[in-house]
Ligand binder design. Structure first.
Ligand code: ATP
Ligand code: MG
Length: 368
């Protein structure tokens, strides 16, 4: 077995694997046979020695440890040798995937840190196998909370929904606007929004879509698989930039407000597509009727209109008209108008960049 020891961009000695025997064991294939091609077990955020082997962490990928399965692989719950609980995503074999590209992307993403992004702790390459090790987020995902059996989990309150969505907006603003090169997630959807015990939203699978971009069939599968969240210009032309994420975020916000799936064929024709239905309801001045009926405590009219307005601006069919995610953060942050007022009192010259973001100004928009 040939080894390539990972060296991270910063050259941090603690992140450089030094003991080949440990990593050799860590990258043995499931059957225990050694791989023939290059293998790499690289931890991006956890100190050397704490990680151990992803095979042992997940009890050799036993069925009982399976958390779920998505379009790109199976996710297992695992425990590292230092006791830390992790999620190990074993990607489906992807022979066409260039190893170098995978590694470059993982190293770029491994150093991205944000409270509302699921932390990538390490990754492993062995032959055609790729594994990603993430922090384990313990309170389910937004899809389960919104569409799962509510009798089991309880209903996510309006405040919790908005807290989760604001967190995701912050994570996206960070990926799009605070780092270089920017990261376009490409798969914003409720099952990729994980929730912790304090109801913080954590975006998972960031960068994975980009990583899987090389195979044509994956792009097709992907667009089909996340139907309802994909921006029209991306669906129609394949042209992608961060504004496509912003569209998907708008759909996600509408999903959280209404408790409805982005596309639901069980509904009558004019309600199948969530965005179209929403526009119709708002146009008919029926905004109050779109709130998730499962919510015991309904939001105030102001809070509802604020959320709907932000969502509708994000799903604008003209991508250039969509707000940037930093503007979305300001619009959704309920503390914002107060903070802004205070700042204005202090200095009459205080100005916000570009568009109006205060709640009252936005309320003038269209039928809202
Ligand atoms: N870090 C994590 N901590 C806890 N659970 C996770 C973690 N990552 C993923 N999961 C869970 O594992 C399951 C499968 O996730 P996976 O990402 O493979 O599929 P998906 O999100 O449904 O679709 P996609 O492949 O498009 O991302 C989901 O139920 C998700 O909530
Ligand atoms: Mg996922």
């Amino acid at each position: 077995m040939m080894f390539q020891l990972g060296v991270n961009k910063s050259g941090d000695a603690d992140n450089v694997s030094q003991s080949s025997s440990m990593y050799e064991q860590g990258c043995k294939s499931q059957s225990g046979e050694e791989g023939t091609s290059a293998s790499l077990w690289k931890q991006t955020s956890v100190s050397r020695g704490a990680m151990g082997s992803p095979f042992e962490a997940t009890r050799r990928f036993s069925k009982e440890n399976v958390v779920g399965e998505g379009g790109y692989g199976v996710v297992y719950k695992g425990i590292l040798i230092n006791g830390m609980v992790v999620a190990v995503k074993k990607l489906l074999n992807n022979l066409g995937q260039a190893e170098k590209k995978f590694r470059v992307e993982m190293e770029a993403i491994g150093h991205v840190r944000h409270k509302n992004l699921v932390r990538l702790l390490g990754y492993c390459i062995e032959g055609t196998h790729r594994m990603l090790v993430y922090e384990y987020v313990d309170n389910g995902n937004l899809e389960q909370w919104l569409h799962g059996d509510t009798r089991e989990s309880g209903v996510l309150t309006w405040e919790a929904r908005m807290k989760v969505l604001l967190g995701i907006a912050k994570a996206l603003a960070y990926l799009h606007e605070a780092i270089e090169p920017k990261v376009v997630h490409r798969d914003i959807k409720s099952s990729n929004i994980l929730i912790d015990h304090d109801f913080n939203g954590k975006l998972s699978d960031f960068g994975l879509a980009k990583l899987l971009d090389s195979g044509e069939s994956h792009i097709n599968t992907r667009v089909m698989g996340t139907f309802g969240y994909v921006a029209p210009e991306y669906a129609n032309t394949g042209m992608l930039n961060e504004r496509s994420d912003i569209y998907s975020f708008g759909v996600l916000l509408l999903e959280a407000v209404t408790g409805r799936d982005p596309v639901d064929y069980n509904r009558v024709a004019n309600e199948v597509n969530l965005v179209e239905w929403l526009k119709m309801m708002v146009g008919n001045r029926k905004a109050e009727e779109v709130v998730d009926p499962n919510l015991d405590l309904k939001p105030s009219t102001h809070a509802l209109k604020r959320a709907l307005l932000v969502a509708l601006r994000c799903v604008d069919p003209v991508s250039e008209k969509r707000p940037k995610m930093s503007q979305v953060v300001r619009m959704l942050d309920t503390d914002f108008p107060y903070r802004e007022e205070r700042r204005n009192k202090r200095s009459r010259t205080a100005r916000m960049d570009g568009e109006s973001v205060s709640g009252s100004a936005d309320m003038e928009h269209s039928a809202l």
